[in-house]
Design a protein around this ligand. Structure first.
Ligand code: PXL
Length: 281
């Protein structure tokens, strides 16, 4: 069987371990070719001061047109951080051009966390991102991103299962086949994801221990691993479990280093263990 191929559409932050510098090594290590469409080059991710930003929007259409002439196929199309309304439009066109009956569109609507939009994003952008989710098979917002996409107040704690289920149904009502909320917690010390498959009208969830620390790029580690596992043939719930467990392992290994910083996690150290678990699920 020929190797599967993912196209990952997001920025390159040169230092800081997120977006493409996470997607490329993780998905490649999982035995899946990782083609890239870089949307911007930043010196670092946006949590550093004075980062540089080279917008590559103008390159998206010529690159996509070349790929159409070459008749390239992608087993999955995975989008992460996107920087402008125009990029959302171009990515929507990319989905229409490269969707096939068999491939998977996976949207991680990277924009916000802990109740706040990342620098440069607006509530209007979140609504435009919600429109892009229409074309997706799977969307994986955290609770903050979901609230902004739905134009609702953020509720980060004290919610019940009915609130999460209704939020998930609103997300799939946007048009995505499956919606997954990350950072869901009903019990102290536990956190995980809950999803809704609108085709089967089923909910699914998984919770693991909560680690009291916050690192940049963990959402990208989670999403990249989930897309890699889906492309390898795991079902959605299983792919997300593999991704959640790997993300926890990455955080724990990072924290075990007394000199660690918060710019990214040491996902590299956990790759051999990830590959071992791929056989078990
Ligand atoms: O990890 C998500 C991400 C991706 N790309 C850029 C970012 C961030 C999060 O801050 O700044 C440029």
């Amino acid at each position: 069987m020929s190797m599967k191929r993912i196209i990952s559409i997001q920025d390159i932050s040169c230092v800081g371990k997120c977006s493409l510098t996470v997607a490329l090594p993780i998905i490649s290590a999982m035995g899946v070719e990782t083609a890239i469409l870089p949307t911007a080059v930043l010196s670092t991710h946006t949590m550093f001061k004075e980062f540089t930003f080279r917008d590559l929007t103008c390159d998206i259409t010529p690159i996509a047109e070349h790929w159409k002439r070459e008749k390239f196929n992608f087993d999955a199309i995975y989008t992460g951080y996107l920087g402008s309304f125009e990029q959302l439009e171009l990515v929507s066109k990319f989905f229409a051009d490269f969707k096939t009956p068999d491939n998977l569109i996976f949207v991680d609507p990277v924009m916000a966390d802990n109740g706040k939009l990342y620098p440069g994003f607006t509530p209007e952008f979140a609504v435009a991102m919600a429109k892009l989710c229409k074309q997706a098979d799977v969307v994986v917002p955290n609770l903050t991103e979901a609230a902004f996409m739905l134009g609702e107040p953020c509720c980060l704690a004290g919610y019940d299962q009915a609130y999460i289920e209704s939020t998930l149904k609103k997300l799939t009502a946007l048009g995505a086949k499956c919606a997954v909320l990350t950072g869901v917690s009903f019990e102290a010390g536990k956190v995980g994801f809950m999803g809704h498959d609108s085709v089967k009208d089923e909910f699914f969830s998984y919770y693991h221990r909560r680690i009291d620390a916050s690192f940049h790029g963990t959402g990208d580690v989670f999403a990249s691993t989930a897309v890699g596992a889906l492309t390898r043939g795991y079902d959605l719930n299983c792919a997300l479990k593999i991704a959640a467990d790997y993300t926890v392992d990455c955080i724990e290994r990072t924290m075990a280093d007394p000199d660690h910083d918060n710019y990214g996690v040491d996902f590299e150290k956990a790759i051999p263990a990830l590959l071992k678990t791929l056989g078990d699920c």
